[in-house]
Design a binder for this molecule. Structure first.
Ligand code: GLN
Length: 485
């Protein structure tokens, strides 16, 4: 096995024992990228030289006894996290030339713990999508099967980790964009409770829904990453002031007495039987391990897609108003008037899906329609949160599928946005409610495509999710790296 296929924890042990250096590890990732990237297409920007320099520094730091929690670990970052001196495109032409003057807080925290940033990876433009096919630069492919999507919007993050191009990655999740690609690529992905992880330096899509989180090869790495990125940040006004626990203490193989809820409404029509089979196997495993299985209802689930596709575009239409050709990114230099400058820059800079969302959002917020759409959606959002609060009176964690189907063929749904929106049905309610949610590998379809299991818990109970995920992983196994050929 190549070094690039190690988990973070395994690599840390080997570096600690002086068996390998960060330069070895980083070089192994770069070699893998060299070999498979023509196929995987995960990277928008690769910083070979910078990565090796950081690796050498990490090795020096380790020799002086200050390795840090991620000392020398090669990571890839979704290209909507600001990186000082490294282009941050958000998958959009409009930010083609944007080089941030600062690091996002999460990036700063990774670097402070010694991580080596390899580069920036592909995503749907402004994180709007479920396949990464709306990325203006490169479209990642699923490492498990040629011609299949890696999921989205953090598809580049998932593809890079699953293909061994990096050890771990950060993504963002507004309506499932960490969990769904993790599920489609056989990884562990966690969307934290809203407010647990800083959004400072994360390019905003829908500010009341966005959270940053890790995509990893196993649950242990996920706990480690949460220890690094979680916790209060005074630069994000929605960041919660609260002590975070040591998440690695959750990795105990004991779910005895834990109440696991099965949300009736999540076993929907159109759910792929193989996906359902994998989730049912996970439920059985937990039952045998001593968990109590209870049926629960989240009655407002049927409204989630409608509510999300009002609220997210409404916030996006406001957030994206800043791309005007003046403040950031590209500019139309031939415009005769200020209005033309705005119009031409935005027409050329944004892709079709982003324009669609801006139109929907602007419409939903316009006077005369605000009450009927945005206000109504906000009210139903509260009811969706209340569904969860009620469910958590009788259970500690909810178990369900992540995506109704395994990965699909590239190009299959590009002309049918509604079909893609509907595939988000099982993940978006966690963002609307602000609760933590994760995806854990559950098995494979007959076609060799990974299938994930989703866990959701009450606010700030990432520890419970990790504990259940650990037991699932012990019983069902890890997916490991795909053999890209
Ligand atoms: N697929 C959803 C959307 O298109 C979620 C995206 C996300 O979580 N960033 O909006």
């Amino acid at each position: 096995m190549d070094l690039c296929e190690l988990t973070v924890a395994e690599a840390m042990e080997k570096m600690q024992a002086r068996e390998i250096t960060s330069v070895d590890l980083t070089q192994s990732c770069l070699d893998r990228i060299e070999r498979v990237e023509a196929k995987i297409q995960a990277f928008i920007t690769l910083d070979r030289k910078g990565a090796l320099e950081q690796a050498r520094k990490a090795d020096t730091r380790r020799r002086s006894g200050q390795a840090g929690l991620l000392g020398g670990i090669p990571v890839a970052l979704k290209d909507l996290l600001c990186t000082k001196g490294i282009r941050t495109t958000c998958g959009s032409r409009i930010l083609e030339n944007f080089i941030p003057p600062y690091d996002a807080t999460v990036v700063e925290r990774l670097k402070a713990e010694g991580a080596v940033v390899l580069g920036k990876v592909a995503m749907d433009e402004f994180a709007m999508g479920s396949t990464s096919e709306s990325c203006a630069y490169t479209i990642p492919q699923n490492p498990w099967k040629n011609g299949y999507v890696a999921g989205g919007s953090s598809g580049g993050s998932a593809a890079a980790v699953a293909a061994g191009e990096c050890l771990v990655s950060l993504g963002s999740d507004t309506g499932g964009s960490i969990r769904q690609p993790a599920s489609l690529c056989g990884l562990v992905g966690l969307k934290p409770t809203y407010g647990l992880v800083s959004r400072y330096g994360l390019v905003a899509f829908a500010s009341s829904l966005d959270q940053v989180g890790p995509l990893c090869r196993d649950v242990r790495d996920c706990a480690l990453m949460m220890n690094v990125i979680g916790g209060h940040d005074h630069r994000d006004s929605t960041s919660v002031k609260r002590e975070i626990p040591d998440y690695s203490l959750s990795l105990v193989d004991n779910v005895r007495g834990l109440r696991v809820g099965i949300p009736r409404e999540y076993f929907v029509e159109g759910l792929d039987p193989e996906v359902e089979g994998v989730v049912r196997k996970g439920i059985e495993l937990l039952r045998q391990a001593g968990a109590e299985i209870v049926d629960v209802s989240l009655p407002h689930t049927e409204y989630c897609v409608a509510v999300y596709y009002i609220i997210a575009p409404a916030e996006a239409s406001s957030n994206l108003a800043r791309y005007d050709g003046v403040h950031y990114g590209i500019r139309d230099l031939n415009a005769d008037s200020l209005l033309d400058l705005y119009k031409n820059t935005r027409s050329a800079g944004f892709g079709a899906e982003v324009k669609r969302r801006i139109l929907i959002g602007t419409y939903a917020l316009s006077s005369g329609y605000y009450d009927a759409y945005y206000k109504k959606a906000s009210q139903v959002r509260t009811m969706i949160l209340q569904d969860f609060t009620k469910a958590y009176e009788v259970c500690d964690v909810l178990i369900s599928p992540v995506s109704p189907t395994p990965a699909w063929k590239m190009g299959e749904n590009v002309d049918d946005p509604l079909a893609v929106y509907l595939s988000d049905i099982l993940t978006i309610s966690a963002n609307l409610a602000g609760i933590p949610s994760m995806s854990v590998p559950g098995g494979f379809s007959r076609d060799g495509l990974p299938i994930g299991i989703q866990l959701q818990g009450p606010h700030f109970r990432e520890d419970t999710l990790l504990r259940v995920a650990h037991t699932l992983e012990k019983g069902l196994g890890k997916a490991g790296c795909a053999k890209v050929c």
